[in-house]
Ligand binder design. Structure first.
Ligand code: NI
Length: 137
């Protein structure tokens, strides 16, 4: 019998970004990315849901201690990205367009090595209350 349980931790950060492809001219960037390509950046209130799936530990009853997960997300993600300009202030997005899709993949990649390997990890990132992405899909 499958005893897997999903547990979630919600966190939040604010960050600025600009979407553009340096290989394209200004007109093409504006056509594809609209206002998101404006050169002086804009901000988002990102909501992050981190989902772990696995069997509860028989001794603790926890899939993972959510305080530990919260501390991990703060250390690896919030401290790195909160109140930053993603394009200018972070190595992760120096050469990577900071779309919600790419941010979710980066967050997954930063967290994965610190999560017990028997647990599945999924990241959901809200760029706005109506626009959100999940990785892995
Ligand atoms: Ni944006």
């Amino acid at each position: 019998m499958n005893k897997k349980v999903a547990v979630y931790r919600k966190e939040h950060f604010k960050a600025a970004h600009r979407l553009f492809n340096p290989a394209w001219d200004e007109a093409t960037n504006t056509k594809v990315f609209g206002k998101c390509a404006l050169p002086n950046y804009h901000g988002h209130n990102y909501e992050l849901d981190v989902k772990l799936t696995g069997e509860p530990n028989p001794e603790t009853g926890y899939v993972m201690d959510l305080k530990e997960l919260s501390d991990l997300i703060k250390k690896e993600i919030i401290d790195r990205f909160d109140h930053r300009n993603l394009n200018l202030d972070t190595v992760e997005f120096r050469n990577l367009n900071p779309t919600a899709e790419n941010i979710a993949v980066v967050i997954y990649t930063l967290l994965r090595p610190h999560i017990p390997e028997q647990l599945e990890l999924q990241v959901r990132l809200y760029e706005t209350p109506r626009n959100f992405v999940e990785y892995p899909a």
